[in-house]
Design a protein around this ligand. Structure first.
Ligand SMILES: Nc1ncnc2c1ncn2[C@@H]1O[C@H](COP(=O)(O)OP(=O)(O)OP(=O)(O)O)[C@@H](O)[C@H]1O
Ligand SMILES: [Mg+2]
Length: 416
């Protein structure tokens, strides 16, 4: 008997990864499950429409890329999560901690090396007559210069809930500090000690898997992710992966990207909450096949094994470790890693995929090397770049994907 699972895609403007995801899942075909069962997967793009709160959804799992911004689909997700047990990547119940601020607090509590950070009140009162009264009466005046002196220049000023560099500035002097604060207007800002770093490690986590990439934030979008296989020492690499998995397990984030600044052998987390991490073909390029495989693998694993979504955070399991006096930072990270493995059911996940992995690898290599993928590549570039840049970017992206195909072919030959 074959069980069919319907995966809903709740999408904004993206077309690249949903096409890739659907294509790979279709080519993979049915997958065996426990007790001789067979499982098949369909995908569907979800439309936004009125719903009765008692309606039964047709979806077993939803990948959401929209509800962080739009409330109608967000409330629909809450309904299907609470009432119907639909598995979500990510659950809107975790959005409350999707601002950087909550992640900083959690990580500091867990003993991680978040740079010194201060939240300052709004520069301008919100446009609300009652707020003006409240602010006039209760906002305590404060000495911005003294706060900055205490943190020590240079400082980053950035929104507590930021994304896409909006309102981010690097500040070297008191004059710049005041100019940036005046310009912040109605944005709520953190002041954070700047880290003088050697490498910027950006990790993408999908379920039980995490990939760490070398990130170059000062480069244009298409070359921010550098193809570099050994830019971190094994020890630092493990630490970066563990921190990412810890934060994701702590907040129940299934699909997230995380940023750490690495200076020598010290790892400083600076940005750890992303409801809708970038998985665009044009930015991930060489790493796009990894992301698509991990997404397919996690969805299939969750559905076939009947994984249940957890709404409770059970923070005490982590805090008990954080509060243990005899444990060093490294000891704590090791225990956090075990807790994350338990949450993501990592051993079972790899066990589940061990027999199927060669088939998935072959399917993805075959697709990426073939004409259908090339058409998607061309279509994606045409939708992202202005006409006069399209040929250049098609060639650039093709070059990177050819590199992936060559390396992947060699890998599968030596390691079939
Ligand atoms: N404490 C810090 N030390 C050094 N650089 C920092 C620090 N905080 C932020 N930056 C730099 O500023 C950039 C933007 O900061 P941050 O990631 O917090 O904001 P964001 O709006 O989430 O940006 P993005 O969407 O690019 O991730 C970082 O990618 C990094 O280059
Ligand atoms: Mg960031």
């Amino acid at each position: 008997m074959t069980t069919r699972h319907l995966i809903g895609l709740l999408l904004g403007t993206e077309d690249d990864w949903p096409t890739a995801f659907t294509e790979i899942l279709g080519r993979l075909g049915p997958v065996p499950g426990p007790g001789g069962s067979q499982h098949a997967f369909d995908t569907e793009r979800i439309t936004i429409e009125p719903f009765s709160l008692r309606d039964r959804p047709r979806y077993d799992l939803v990948i959401d890329r929209l509800a962080y911004w739009y409330y109608h689909p967000r409330e629909w997700l809450k309904k299907v999560s609470l009432m119907d047990g639909v598995y979500l990547l990510n659950s809107p119940f975790t959005f409350q901690s999707m601002e950087k601020h909550a992640a900083y607090c959690a990580m500091m509590r867990l003993g991680l090396k978040v740079p010194e950070t201060v939240l300052v009140p709004y520069k301008n009162p919100l446009d609300n007559s009652r707020y003006a009264y409240t602010a006039a009466r209760y906002n305590k005046s404060f000495d911005l210069d003294a706060i900055a002196e205490k943190i020590g220049y240079p400082i980053f000023m950035k929104p507590y809930d930021g994304g896409a560099w909006r309102g981010v500035s690097r500040i070297n002097t008191p004059a710049e500090l005041h100019a940036a604060y005046d310009a912040s207007g109605e944005m709520l800002m953190h002041l954070q000690k700047a880290v003088d770093y050697d490498v910027f490690a950006r990790s993408l986590s999908i379920g039980a898997e995490t990939l760490v990439m070398r990130f170059q934030p000062d480069q244009p979008m298409h070359s921010r992710y550098a193809v570099d296989h050994s830019f971190l020492s094994p020890q630092v690499g493990t630490e970066v992966v563990t921190i990412g998995r810890l934060v994701n397990a702590f907040f129940r984030w299934e699909f997230n990207s995380c940023e750490t600044l690495v200076s020598g052998d010290q790892v400083y987390p600076i940005d750890y909450a992303n409801a809708c991490p970038d998985v665009a073909l044009t930015s991930l390029h060489y790493y796009f096949p990894w992301a698509m495989k991990a997404l397919v693998k996690w969805c299939v694993f969750a559905l076939v094994t009947g994984r249940r979504a957890r709404l409770d955070l059970e923070t005490d399991r982590f805090f008990t470790v954080a509060d243990e006096p005899g444990l060093s930072y490294d000891d704590k990270l090791a225990v956090y890693g075990d807790l994350a493995d338990a949450y993501f059911d990592t051993a079972r996940y790899y066990d589940f995929w061990s027999g199927l992995q060669p088939r998935l690898d072959e399917v993805v290599l075959d697709w990426i090397a073939g004409p259908d993928f090339d058409q998607l590549l061309v279509r994606t570039v045409r939708s992202v770049y202005p006409e006069h840049e399209q040929d250049q970017f098609i060639a650039h992206l093709r070059g990177l994907m050819e590199l992936w195909v060559r390396e992947e072919t060699a890998r599968l030959c030596t390691n079939p």
